[in-house]
Design a protein around this ligand. Sequence first.
Ligand SMILES: Nc1ncnc2c1ncn2[C@@H]1O[C@H](COP(=O)(O)OP(=O)(O)OP(=O)(O)O)[C@@H](O)[C@H]1O
Ligand SMILES: O=C(O)C1=C[C@@H](O)[C@@H](O)[C@H](O)C1
Length: 316
Amino acid sequence: MPASMETTVTQQLQFSPWIHSKSIAAKPKGSLHFSRKLAEQHILQVPFSFDLRVSRHSSHRRTVALKISCSYKNSSVLESGNQCASVDESLAIQRKSREIESYLNGRCIYLVGMMGSGKTTVGKVLSNALGYSFSDSDSLVEQDIGISVAEIFKVYGEDFFRERETEALRKLSLMHQFVISTGGGAVTRTINWKYMHKGISVWLDVPLEALVKRISAVGTNSRPLLHHDSTDAYSKTLVRLSSLLEERGEAYANAEVKVSCEKIAAKLGTKDVSNVTPMAIAIEIMGTRTNRDLFEERRWLLFILMATKNDSFRYI
Ligand SMILES: Nc1ncnc2c1ncn2[C@@H]1O[C@H](COP(=O)(O)OP(=O)(O)OP(=O)(O)O)[C@@H](O)[C@H]1O
Ligand SMILES: O=C(O)C1=C[C@@H](O)[C@@H](O)[C@H](O)C1
């Protein structure tokens, strides 16, 4: 087994939810090392089986299926889990995160987009890769008021929620090194943009049909603006989401970066956006520069060019 692949696989474990994966150290020698702290905490005794299969699904991706079994100290229970990950994506995300570290300079990333566009899912992958913290403005409001977003809408109404959402974004705008998943409607208030423009805003643009599929699969209970009685979930969600998207299209376009799932799918050689993984979206985000930053870069280039051409050039 090539050493580089083993390294990647070991690093993939950091995304695994079923063991205290943060305590796993990657070692590019084909062995898994667990920290002393983990052992001292009597959590993990020894990994006793390690099963790795590499398959080639398409010309674009190699997928590693990794199965690990561990025994836990002071317990007869054995637990195991599976982790599937694309080696290429995993390498690309690590490389990109190193590349953009100085460009980001600690700036927060605000993910905006419709309900179900993947702000939370992609946000967690992105924050993990960048070594940033993750936060979610809906969760901050819930913690603040002590009840769920759906209950806040029911008890206090949408205007009250929007005020609290703005306050959550104001607090977040004081932070550094955060990836922030914003509420789907956060883009509708101008004041929220004042806060979000303190960092880099990214619109996750996902086709309506994909949003409806995702939301109908998990239900609308936690999404008060979409909630309806249980009959014909797909078409009711479709109607409601399409009118929200029409109302908000321009507001989402205020984001400095637009990441289109359809475009990523096309790059992968497919039309089906369900083939676009959260990791692929995170990689695309990391590879895109804002117009503001491109403008700054060009300004500097121009300055250097003129300075080298003309010694007496003075930059104003
Ligand atoms: N790239 C993806 N491919 C397939 N499914 C995805 C993808 N990203 C997210 N999902 C799924 O879509 C659903 C919604 O994702 P998520 O909660 O991250 O969206 P969100 O934008 O945070 O939604 P909301 O604003 O309503 O909280 C989840 O079930 C998630 O697993
Ligand atoms: O799109 C919206 O307006 C909303 C999206 C959710 O994230 C929540 O912020 C709330 O349900 C409203």
